[in-house]
Design a protein around this ligand. Structure first.
Ligand code: SF4
Ligand code: SF4
Length: 141
């Protein structure tokens, strides 16, 4: 009979996870997709360190790419000036830009207008592409 080895795995040991506090963090596996409203802030999904999904991965080559170092990030020179600041400060918006990583997907709604979502310069994900090697950071926990 084949022998199966149990490999303990959870978000806390996943290369895609960014720790935020003692037990919680966020999954940085994916970049945000465009949506139907302007200047919507991207929030990465929060997970507990004991959670797990089928995309768990051990250490990857390199690390998470910071938005400010990513070729897909467009940052207006004086930041973004939204009509609604949501729960972010004006300082936050001055260091914000749009993530252009993905094209918008077709919609069932005629005339659907796509808008790219907003991230902060210090955000980042594993679907970014660094502009240079020096600005890629390890996936610090
Ligand atoms: S949800 Fe999956 S991919 Fe994301 S951190 Fe947890 S195990 Fe990793
Ligand atoms: S690192 Fe790049 S792809 Fe990822 S969220 Fe930031 S701008 Fe988008």
């Amino acid at each position: 009979m084949a022998e199966h080895r149990f490999i303990p795995a959870d978000c806390g040991t996943c290369a895609f996870w960014k720790r935020a506090n003692e037990q919680g963090g966020s999954c940085r596996r994916y970049a945000p997709h465009p949506v139907g409203s302007v200047n919507e802030v991207a929030h990465w999904p929060r997970t507990h360190e004991a959670d797990l999904c089928g995309e768990w991965s051990a250490q990857l080559d390199g690390g998470r790419v910071l938005c400010r170092a990513c070729v897909y990030w467009r940052h207006p020179i004086d930041g973004i000036h939204p009509l609604q600041r949501e729960d972010q400060s004006s300082d936050w918006w001055s260091s914000a830009g749009h993530c252009l990583r993905f094209a918008a997907r077709p919609s069932s709604e005629p005339g659907f207008r796509a808008f790219w979502r907003v991230t902060h310069s210090s955000d980042g994900c594993f679907e970014g592409k660094r502009r240079d090697l020096e600005r890629r950071v390890p996936n610090e926990q």
